[in-house]
Design a protein around this ligand. Structure first.
Ligand code: ADP
Ligand code: MG
Length: 601
């Protein structure tokens, strides 16, 4: 079909609007034209984020010498003839607007030759005005070079983002189309450097490897075709096909940008279908996390209206519910096939979690969460624990110790560690929002409950020091320490007088094994100097000092397993909200609070 001007009435039926917003929209329109022209190779070359040059070369059908100037007129298209055609669009383009809009705001040179014609044509335009035209030798296909975009629209130029941002948007468009058309060989260069290419062998998995990392691509699940079902349902579903790949629930991101949707080979944005995918992951992902999905939805052209938005990235479905249901079912079915549904809630929360239901008072969605069955004392990593001991271990005798803060039995939700900030605070996500945990306060709380539990059971383990450590004090300090010796003994210390104002430390609580014993006692004495407690509170004071000494400090970088261990042990505490001194161990920011802070409530 040759290029013709659309009748005025039809042209007005077509939603008008700005097509060229930024360099990536030029790339999109030119690549779509190349795909419509049946190209099997598309090369995109970009200079300076597309401001200086965007060149798209294809080996498609080409534009004939007779048509080449017409192609740059507004509403000139070879893809649409009558208003009826608009009801069932089979091509990516159909408005005949892109080339004219691009040419109006840049300097364009096109070289094209169709099969059967001996020579090609080169046409140059400046701001939409023809500059030159000549007959040239050219390979079959079309090369369009768009230079100095928006050179004549300074206002537009001002609104362009950084070169890096424009480059990223271009990358996104090209990789999207490479995913949707694995039979087309794409190559993208920025300033002469190849940043992406696909091999055009038709294998989507190969493109996925090129777009995502091989690591990510390897984990993706191929969306499976639905089983045959009873007549009525089959009737209802037949119109919509769903294929592609989705990530396992273990792959998740903080936003929806990894959800990519195509309808009949066109990349679209669609809140409803995106939500259908998210719904399919219901209960499988931590809250506020989103999956990866590349889905190709197919349906009769008549069932989808693509003439909704100038950029053609929004569509309207004739049967939105059918499309929604088909997508949701296909994704869910793929996930279920990958892992039996019965295991899903435990599986999504991490493999270490046992399925013991949580008794976590007053919080939304508590039934969905499970609680770990690990006692606070089971510590596998290199931090001090009170279960160390062995042959040298001596069981100390219990004495009185106030345990008032253990009476409140509030529990913490299961949390996922996100990271560490300032080498001091652990960031986690719980069932309702975000937690900032003071690593020091939390670890003090953990150790405190461990020691108190051991002390109550009469099992505080003590570690003998191979060579004792000598401790020299002032006379007044000596008096204080002498007064604390029996209390120290019940908590695993063995401290003997060793001449005037001197002591020999022979054993310490196992939890302090890796600490400097003399320093620990000096700190304790300093505590007692500041505020000498009555005898019956002495043990509590000593326990707090032991915890302070043994706990990880603020300003200390932690590994992921170390942070997970702290969070897990804090969750197991009876009073996780405060450190032994009564200061908070964490700050909670609920999803609602976050939304309010961002003005989105
Ligand atoms: P549309 O794609 O909506 O038809 P465009 O302005 O993008 O409008 O293009 C106008 C016409 O120019 C197209 O209909 C097509 O006939 C022709 N054309 C544009 N680019 C190419 C190409 N790369 N190969 C062949 N023909 C093209
Ligand atoms: Mg087009």
């Amino acid at each position: 079909m040759s290029i013709q001007l659309l009748p005025e009435q039809l042209a007005s039926q077509i939603a008008a609007g700005e097509v060229v917003e930024r360099p990536s929209s030029v790339v999109k329109e030119l690549v779509e034209n190349a795909i419509d022209a049946g190209a099997t190779t598309i090369n995109v070359d970009v200079q300076n984020g597309g401001r200086q040059l965007i060149q798209v070369a294809d080996n498609g059908s080409g534009i004939s010498a007779d048509d080449i100037e017409k192609a740059f007129l507004r509403h000139a298209t070879s893809k649409l003839e009558t208003a009826d055609d608009l009801k069932a669009i089979l091509t990516l383009g159909f408005r005949g607007e892109a080339l004219s809009a691009i040419a109006a705001v840049s300097q364009v040179t096109v070289v094209s030759r169709v099969t059967g014609e001996e020579a090609g044509t080169r046409l140059s335009l400046d701001g939409g005005v023809k500059i030159s035209r000549e007959t040239v030798g050219a390979p079959q296909g079309t090369v369009i070079a768009v230079e100095n975009l928006f050179y004549n629209v300074p206002a537009r130029l001002k609104f362009l983002k950084s070169i890096t941002t424009e480059k990223r948007l271009i990358d996104e468009f090209v990789t999207r189309y490479a995913l949707a058309y694995p039979r087309i060989r794409f190559r993208l260069t920025h300033n002469g450097r190849v940043t992406f290419q696909s091999n055009g062998n038709g294998n989507l998995l190969d493109v996925l490897v090129a777009v995502y990392s091989p690591e990510t691509a390897r984990q993706l699940l191929q969306v499976i075709e639905e089983e045959e079902e009873s007549g009525a349902q089959r009737e209802e579903r037949r119109p919509v096909g769903v294929s592609g790949y989705v990530g396992p629930p273990s792959l998740h991101w903080s936003n929806r940008s990894h959800i990519t949707l195509f309808v009949n080979g066109r990349w679209i944005r669609d809140n409803s279908l995106t939500y259908a995918i998210i719904q399919a992951y219901h209960t499988l992902l931590p809250s506020g996390r989103y999956p990866l999905a590349i889905l190709f939805v197919t349906m009769a052209a008549r069932d989808v209206d693509v003439n909704v938005h100038p950029a053609k990235t929004e569509v309207r479905f004739r049967h939105p519910k059918v499309a929604f249901g088909a997508v949701q079912r296909a994704v869910r079915q793929t996930l279920v096939a990958d892992a039996p549904i019965g295991n899903m809630s435990a599986w999504s929360l991490g493999s270490q979690i046992e399925s013991v239901s949580v008794n976590w008072s007053g919080s939304p969605g508590r039934d969905a969460f499970t609680r770990r069955e690990e006692t606070a004392a089971q510590s596998e990593w290199e931090w001090p624990t009170s279960t160390a001991g062995g042959d040298d271990a001596v069981v100390a005798q219990p004495a009185t110790l106030p345990v008032a803060d253990l009476e409140e039995a509030e529990q913490m939700p299961i949390m996922r560690v996100v990271g560490q900030v300032g080498a001091s605070y652990i960031i986690t996500e719980g069932p309702d929002g975000m937690f900032l945990i003071s690593q020091q306060a939390a670890h003090e709380r953990i150790l405190y409950e461990q020691i108190v539990a051991q002390w109550q059971a009469g099992e505080v383990t003590s570690q003998e020091l191979e060579a004792g450590t000598a401790l020299h004090l002032s006379p007044s300090q000596t008096t204080l320490l002498e007064g604390a010796l029996s209390a120290l003994a019940t908590l695993g210390f063995q401290v003997d007088p060793f001449g005037p104002n001197a002591f020999m430390v022979r054993a310490v609580p196992a939890i302090l094994e890796r600490q400097d014993p003399a320093q620990a006692l000096l700190d304790l004495v300093a505590d007692l100097e500041g505020n000498s407690p009555p005898q019956d509170e002495l043990e509590a004071r000593i326990v707090k000092r032991i915890c302070k000494t043994a706990a990880v400090k603020t300003g200390h970088s932690l590994t992921m397993p170390q942070m997970q261990k702290i969070v897990q042990q804090l969750e197991a505490c009876q009073a996780p909200q405060t450190c032994p001194e009564g200061r908070p161990t964490f700050i909670h920011l609920s999803v609602a609070q976050l939304a309010r802070q961002f003005g989105r409530s």
